[in-house]
Unconditional design. Structure first.
Length: 425
């Protein structure tokens, strides 16, 4: 990793500030600017963690920050340790430690054993830009906090990043939600991850979740979440990817479309193919439309590719869906506060009824997709192939990438949709 120091700016600085905030610097602004206050907080952290207090975040300091970003520490048991004393030492919840270590006998801890210590703070942040790195940290942390969470990969991106999925529940009714097909729509990723964290906590505590029994939902449904379909593109937009061959190739593509800001206007995968125009549902018509609009080669958005299913990300979603038995899918995009529910003349049973319910609980408008955007999307292919309800949910208002300040209101409006995706089936 590059050194992060005084004068640095960007998403990586936000992650440093997030770790410092969680460490106890509650007055530290998470603004992505490495100024004097951040530098002093880094120096204090280094002094208290056995590092040279130079105020520069290099590999050793970042390694010490990682537990704060993953949301847990790994403790080696010493003489006299109990889960209770560890909860006091780490200022965290005893119940969280018990849940994270289901195979350990709390009355007979063995010296030298490794135990997980989840920290008390919520894991999914709402005040930093997202990336492949942060998403991976969150999923790892959720897996430790809630060992009943199932995780895996549906495939890999162009750059070889695993495309992670989470599965909550063990029921026969399979549901799938996905986010960030489009790079500059990355605010959809924390929407799914926040819902996952809240649902997992309700399951762990055997509480109600949105007025429903979490235990009952867990037993009846298997909820699959693919929170980051386009990790390479998201890293480009949020500034994590800012040098090297892939970056240079994307920048070269962007220079041929001077009317699209770079990188904020980038929707495609890192090779310039729009992933939500890659599915075999009217792909030829999508190709015709987009070429008439000037997108006939790799572009920051709207290039359909040379054929359907030629990108590893769309192929992964396609094969993952084929391998499951999803009764309903939600594809999260931004923006417009809209719910698109139909493809061509297909109208799966109850699809409009469920769309109207989503509109009622969210305040979003239930709409038909405009013709020029009506083809080759994941939702379109799912409806066409399975004749089951599939929806595109367009969160927020304004221009993507949406500002983080919109997140609380977006999540509030979408909670009922996310819960209803299960309960309405």
């Amino acid at each position: 990793m590059d050194l992060i120091r005084y004068g640095s700016r960007g998403t990586n600085v936000q992650y440093v500030q997030l770790a410092l905030y969680r460490y106890g610097n509650s007055n530290l602004a998470i603004d992505g600017i490495f100024g004097a206050q951040t530098q002093e907080a880094v120096r204090t952290f280094q002094s208290q963690n056995g590092l040279s207090p130079d105020g520069v975040v290099g590999p050793k300091t970042m390694e010490k920050f990682m537990p704060l970003l993953r949301g847990y520490a790994v403790h080696t048991v010493r003489s006299g340790d109990t889960f209770y004393t560890l909860s006091q030492d780490y200022q965290t919840d005893l119940g969280g430690i018990l849940r994270a270590n289901p195979t350990k006998d709390p009355d007979h801890l063995q010296i030298g054993d490794k135990v997980f210590i989840p920290y008390a703070f919520p894991l999914v942040p709402h005040n930093v830009n997202y990336s492949y790195f942060l998403t991976a940290c969150i999923i790892e942390g959720l897996s430790v906090r809630y060992p009943f969470l199932k995780t895996g990969s549906i495939g890999k991106s162009v750059m070889g990043r695993p495309l992670a999925y989470l599965c909550i529940g063990k029921g026969e009714k399979e549901i799938c939600y996905n986010a960030s097909h489009h790079a500059n729509e990355w605010l959809t990723t924390p929407v799914l991850l926040t819902f996952a964290e809240e649902y997992l906590e309700a399951c762990a505590l055997n509480e109600e979740f949105g007025g429903k029994s979490a235990k009952t939902l867990f037993s009846e449904y298997s909820l699959y979440l693919v929170p980051l379909v386009n990790p390479d593109g998201v890293d480009l937009v949020t500034g994590i990817l800012n040098a090297g061959g892939y970056y240079n190739y994307a920048k070269h593509i962007s220079e041929q479309y001077s009317n699209i800001p770079f990188p904020s206007g980038w929707k495609a995968n890192i090779e310039g193919v729009d992933l939500n125009l890659q599915y075999p549902a009217g792909w030829e018509e999508a190709k015709r439309i987009k070429e008439e609009q000037g997108f006939y080669k790799p572009a920051p958005r709207d290039f359909v590719g040379k054929a359907p299913l030629t990108t590893p990300e769309s192929i992964a979603m396609y094969k993952f869906t084929q391998a499951k038995n999803f009764r309903l899918t939600l594809s999260y995009h931004s923006q417009g506060e809209l719910i698109y529910w139909k493809y061509a003349d297909y109208e799966p049973e109850r699809s409009k009824e469920i769309a109207d319910y989503f509109g009622e609980v969210s305040g979003y408008t239930v709409a038909l997709t405009p013709y020029n955007s009506s083809f080759a999307g994941y939702k379109d292919w799912f409806i066409q192939n399975y004749n089951r309800p599939g929806y595109t949910i367009e969160i927020g208002t304004g221009q993507s990438p949406l500002p983080l300040a919109q997140f609380p209101e977006i999540y509030k409006k979408n909670f009922g949709i996310l819960l209803g995706g299960m309960t309405q089936m």
